[in-house]
Design a protein around this ligand. Structure first.
Ligand SMILES: Cc1cc2nc3c(=O)[nH]c(=O)nc-3n(C[C@H](O)[C@H](O)[C@H](O)COP(=O)(O)O)c2cc1C
Length: 380
């Protein structure tokens, strides 16, 4: 333990001096139950589908809603559905981002399956889909086909270490051109990757992502959507291992001291609000490079493709020791965001198309994984 710890509310911010918590106490505040799926990946028994799914559930996804549900009743097949109780209606009104998260899930399933010589035959939205809203129809029917010729995807080695790194980045460490080139080269599902570490572009995108995040926070209903998903302290995180987790000794202590609650986070006059907001904005302001993914149209299939390519970028960044955090606000479709949405599209996709993902790159210390529901909670 450092003598002083800086801790974050809503991802960073309340700067609080805390001295001398014992290692044993710190250890016991880890939400072990919520993190268990990371330790149990690959131990799901003999069924290759369960093995692959035990890695798929570790995929990145918006606000860690984990909106996936799988049906294993047909042999050698995974039928993937979306859990329509786990959408984000305010910030993701057409479920575009939720669909991207399902694409990340499919890709990690495919990567894991490749290590057991299974190729996945993925049929997307076999009963059709609605561009306005996801519904109970299957998102994908995925057949597991044994193929001795298929090589294990080396990105498999990075699944357990991958994070969305929500920490301020080191302003003294630039992201080299070679890293951007390697990230751009890893996409293979049809999304187009763009990136920049040029100071002028980074400055413009820092300002844009900052303004868009500020707008989301200042819009009561979109901000409340996040606050409602806060899980504060070990007990809440273990009970609901999803959403925005504020774990660890100091968050637990703050909550116990009555210094941190959902009510305080919502109160725009409180210290918790001011400090949480400042910490979130510190992330946008320390981007050292940006990367984005565009697709020519905005079909459900393209959203899935963007998710598959995004997680490949995230896993490749992990292999290269580079931190990546999505910054999605400027890409969101709620009406108040329209100005930033237009600016982001004009800048990143000037010839038309949809910017599906935008993230910042840089370097920061490693963080714990985020919570997950166990696989069995996700099987219909
Ligand atoms: C489509 C999509 C959009 C996301 N947007 C954001 C974002 O705007 N800000 C952010 O900090 N994380 C964002 N994330 C990352 C998720 O919050 C993260 O994946 C989730 O909390 C699980 O954490 P992990 O990726 O570290 O496992 C996004 C992820 C996806 C797939």
């Amino acid at each position: 333990m450092r003598k002083r710890q800086f801790l974050a509310v809503l991802g960073g911010g309340v700067v609080l001096a805390a001295a001398g918590a014992s290692a044993a106490f710190v250890f016991t505040r880890r939400p072990d139950r919520a993190l268990a799926p990371w330790a149990r990946a690959g131990m799901a028994g003999q069924d290759p589908r369960r093995m692959a799914l035990s890695y798929a559930i570790l995929a990145p996804n918006p606000h860690n809603r984990q909106p996936w549900l799988v049906d294993l009743r047909v042999e050698d097949q995974v039928t993937l559905h979306v859990d329509t109780t786990r959408l984000l209606p305010q910030t993701d009104p057409h479920n575009r981002q939720i669909t991207i998260g399902l694409g990340c899930f499919i890709e990690q399933m495919a990567i894991a399956a490749s290590t057991q010589n299974y190729r996945l035959d993925v049929s997307l939205f076999p009963d059709g889909s609605d561009p306005q809203a996801l519904d109970g129809r299957p998102v994908a029917v995925i057949r597991f086909e044994k193929d001795p010729g298929i090589a294990a995807d080396p990105l498999f080695q990075r699944i357990l270490a991958r994070r969305s790194l929500k920490e301020p980045f080191d302003l003294t460490r630039p992201v080299p051109d070679e890293v951007l080139a390697a990230l751009g080269a890893t996409v293979r599902h049809g999304a187009l990757a763009g990136s920049s570490n040029a100071p002028a572009t980074v400055a413009t995108l820092r300002a844009l992502t900052h303004a868009a995040l500020e707008l989301e926070i200042n819009t009561q209903r979109t901000y409340k959507e996040s606050v409602d998903l806060l899980r504060i302290g070990k007990a809440e995180i273990d009970a609901n291992p999803d959403g925005i987790d504020l774990g660890g000794t100091l968050f637990d202590s703050l909550a116990a001291l009555g210094q941190l609650s959902r009510e305080q986070a919502l109160d725009t006059t409180s210290a918790a609000f001011a400090q949480g907001r400042a910490a979130l904005l510190a992330n946008t302001d320390t981007a050292m490079a940006h990367i984005w993914l565009t697709t020519p149209g905005n079909s459900r299939a393209e959203q899935i493709a963007a998710g598959r390519d995004w997680v490949r970028i995230n896993l490749t960044a992990t292999a290269l020791g580079t931190g990546l955090q999505p910054l999605s606000q400027a890409l969101q479709e709620f009406p108040e965001m329209a100005g930033h949405y237009r600016q982001a599209h004009k800048m990143l996709s000037p010839d038309g198309g949809t910017v599906q993902m935008l993230g910042r790159l840089g370097y920061a210390s490693a963080v714990e994984p985020s919570p997950r529901w166990p696989l069995d909670a996700k099987i219909i």
